[in-house]
Structure formats: structure tokens, C-alpha cells
Design a protein around this ligand. Sequence first.
Ligand code: FDA
Length: 503
Amino acid sequence: PAVDNSPAIVIGSGYGAAVAALRLGQAGIRTLVIEMGGLWNTPGKDGKVFCSTRTPDERSMWFRTRTEAPLATFLWLDVVNKDISLYPGVLDRVRFANMSVFVGRGVGGGSLVNGSMAVTPLQSYFAEQFPTVDTAEMYSTYFPRARSVLGVNTIDPAWFESTEWYRFTRISRKHAQNAGLKTTFVPSVYDFGHMQREAAGTATKSALAGEVIYGNNHGKRSLDKTYLASALGTGNVTIHTMERAKGIRRVSDGTYVVTVDRIDGTGKVVETKEYGCTYLFLGGGSLGTTELLVRARETGTLPALNASVGTGWGTNGNVMFGRANHLWDTVGENQSTMPVMGIDDWGNTSNPVFAEIAPLPTGLEHWVSLYLAITKNPQRASFTYDSATDSAKLGWSAAQSAVSVSMAKKLFDRINSANSTIYRYDLFGSSNKVFADDFTYHPLGGCVLGKATDDYGRVKGYSKLYVTDGSLVPGSIGVNPFLTITALAERTMARVLVEDTAP
Ligand code: FDA
């Protein structure tokens, strides 16, 4: 018998998990949230909860001895990464053969480390990716619901045009316009009122102090301040931190038992526990959830999981790169870490790309325009279970990344030619690498909606077992994904609470 029983368990505390926790709590269902990372609410010796990208310490990365920032070098010098001590830091880089995946660790998951961009996908592309979902209902009900609870806001255009903090964005916009391309503002969950006070010197700087991938101390509406705070407020939700779910099995009465390793601050397993529940929601993200289910199928603890579990994974076509500007096109020493604009060429059916204008907040003028492009890369990969390491391995090839690069390059060759500029060669290591195509911020898929699950995230082969996170999205959504993940989770919870939990 399981040690500890709750009506519902939610694994993880990112977007999909946080929606599940709030809606379960509001329905009066006692719920245990299990998160492998820590709770980020205690200041360190410097008085801050999170460290900044400029002076990373052990709080930056999940059990590493050196930071592994996406942008590794600058003028070929290894000035970006720093030695640190082992600690359950907030950003993890999960390395597979040809692809590494950045994810957040802690209560709030990716919301603790991401760029806050809350973008609604093009409706026609959403419909293409989710042919069985009622698109009209998504856009009239669930996207607005997600935007409202997440606290999405937009930058004041007048302030954007005048502030030094977005000069880097205006330069990139000008260069895109010179190539006949259109740009669009992207909404955000960073509080722009706070940001304007940072600029005015009346609030502590966070986005304007280089804080982002290792956490923001102020201004960001991460999930611990929105969905999860409200979930705890229902009185029905408990969060356990530093507990990593490993095994899932179903017992004869149809309930689930989750095996969990509790780790300490050095990563050592100090206890293995079992929790029982009637309803089990998986919100460990594309990597976390897919690994749990692939392991459960292959080790025979959930043998009825179908062959789609572990398939349909993609990078959202992510590729990062920089352009070198002319000396007169300064990008400014002051750069906000929160991107607010994208170059939108998704409508170009022969080469769809949505490229965010990304900051490079070094505090120095560097003449670099940095981008994170999202390309319509159709390549997908699968996970297989490796019994030697008891983990899921991703079968992504370098050739699959090359597809993203060629799409980004086609668009940015146009921008370079219109502005007589070139790419930067010094940002991603020593080998004159222009395109960083070996990492993604947007892992998507693995348990795709309608394939590994029914059309509402109910896992096929089992009842009362649900997926609510990015693993449902079939490898691509064309924009930054968290708003879509949140809205889909709202849709799942609305359905499940009506149909599956009636006494
Ligand atoms: P998410 O990854 O958020 O949460 C999963 C949680 O489960 C984590 O806290 C993890 O520790 C935990 N977990 C996993 N396995 C577990 C286990 N076995 N046991 C216990 N806990 C477990 N998106 C966007 O829309 N706009 C943006 O601006 C950005 N920017 C960005 C920047 C950076 C640096 C990154 C890394 C990512 C982004 N993203 C983004 C992506 C976005 O953050 C991402 O798509 C979502 O966080 C995914 O939400 P999920 O709910 O799928 O899982």
C-alpha cells in the first residue's frame, strides 16, 4: 500500500501542471504537486533570490560545476561561462546526442527562466497542428482565459520608441524593414509598469539588470505568483519540492502509485517514497513527462501505453544567431532582457520563420543584433528507453537541425543583403559557428494530443491518467509555446472536471 494518498497528484509545476493544480484545487479536490526543483523564495547572501546572467553563481544551474549558457563566447573569448559549485540551480541543460534542451527547475518550471513572451499562435497554424481541436473555442475561451490568469500585458509603444533599453530592438526592426519584412510586438508576462519604473530609477532593476535565464528577482509574473499562488490559496493544494517522480504503476483497484526520489542540496537521493492517487496529471514538461511514460511502458509498469508515447518530438524549429551591425548602428549598452518584438515572416509559405529580436545584455556596446528564430521545421524525433541509464534517449540528428538553419539563413541572408551586413562568427564557440542549432528552448511533443492521448490529454490505455504540458504539442507551434500549453491545459481541465470527476 502507498505511504501517502491524495485524490489527485500533479507531477511538475510548470505551465501545464500549474493549470491542473489550480483547477483541481478550485474544484475542492485535494491535490499533491511533486516538483524536483526547489522553491525559489529565499534570498541568498547577496539578498537576492536569483543570480544575474552577468555574475552567475551556484544558483544558476541544476547541479553543474560550470555554467552552460546558450551564448558561449564573445569575440571567441570564453567570457560568458563561469565555474560554480554543485547546487539545485534554476536552469538545466539536458544534453542528448545532437540536441540539448534548456528547461527550468523549481516551483514554476520554465516560467522562472524564460523570456516571458506570451504569444498567441496564428489561428490557421494552430488548426493545422491540432486538427481535432475546436479552434474557435480555443481562441474565444481558452487563450483569453490563459492570458488573463498569466497576467499578459504589452509594452507602451510610445515608451518603446523612446527608451534606450529597446534601442537594440528598433535597430533590428529598421534592418528588417529595409528588407521589406514586417515586425510585430509580442505580449509578455513581465510587468511593463515595473520595467518603466526600473528605467526611471524608482524600482529595483531586474529586466534592466541582466536578469533572465537564471531567474528574475522582480517584475516577472512567473507561475509561483499567478496560477500556483492561486492554487495554494484554495487550501486544497500542497507542493512538495526536491522530489523527483521516477516510477508510475497502476494497482488492482485502478488507482496509481508514484515512486519518488527525494534529493538533497547536493543531488543525493535521501529517501524513496511512494504516493497513491486516483487522478494522476503529468506536467513534467515535454522531457519529464515523456520520459516517465516511456520508462513506464518499457519497464512494464504501464504496459498498455501505446506506441505513440515517445514520438512526435520537435524543437519548434529553434535556431539562434547574431548579425554584425555597422559602427553607426549602435545597439546600446543598455538592453532590457525581455524581448518585445518579432520579425514575422510566417505568412511566407515557401519559408515560414518567426524571429524574435533577442537582447545581448552585456552592459557594453557590441554592435550585435541577436535573434532566436522559430522556423517551420517539419522534422520530428522519438525517445527510446535506455535501461543501462534508466532514462529516455532522444534520436535527433544534426541533419534535422540543419533544416532550421537553412530556413533562418534564407530569411537573414535577405536582411544582411538589404543592409550590407554579415553574421557574427564569434558567439557560439571557437569554430566560426554562426548558427546555434544544437539547443532548443522550446521542447515540444513526445505524447502528442490525439495520438498518445485522446483529444483532451487523457492517456490512451488508462483512465484517470492525463498529460497537461508541452508534450501534447506536436513538435511545432510557430511562436513561443507557453501560452498555447497553458490554454490547452485549461481546455483539458474544463473537460475533465466535468466528465471524469463526478462522484
Ligand atoms: P515546464 O518545463 O515549464 O515544467 C516542467 C516542470 O516539471 C519543471 O519544473 C521540472 O523541474 C518538473 N519536472 C520534470 N520532470 C519531473 C519529475 N520526474 N518529477 C518531478 N518534477 C519534474 N516560452 C514562451 O512561450 N515564451 C518565452 O519567452 C520563452 N522563453 C524561454 C527561455 C528559456 C531560457 C527557456 C528554457 C524556455 C523558454 N520558453 C519560452 C519555453 C517555455 O518556458 C516552455 O515551453 C514551458 O515552460 C513548458 O511548459 P511545460 O508545462 O510543458 O513544462
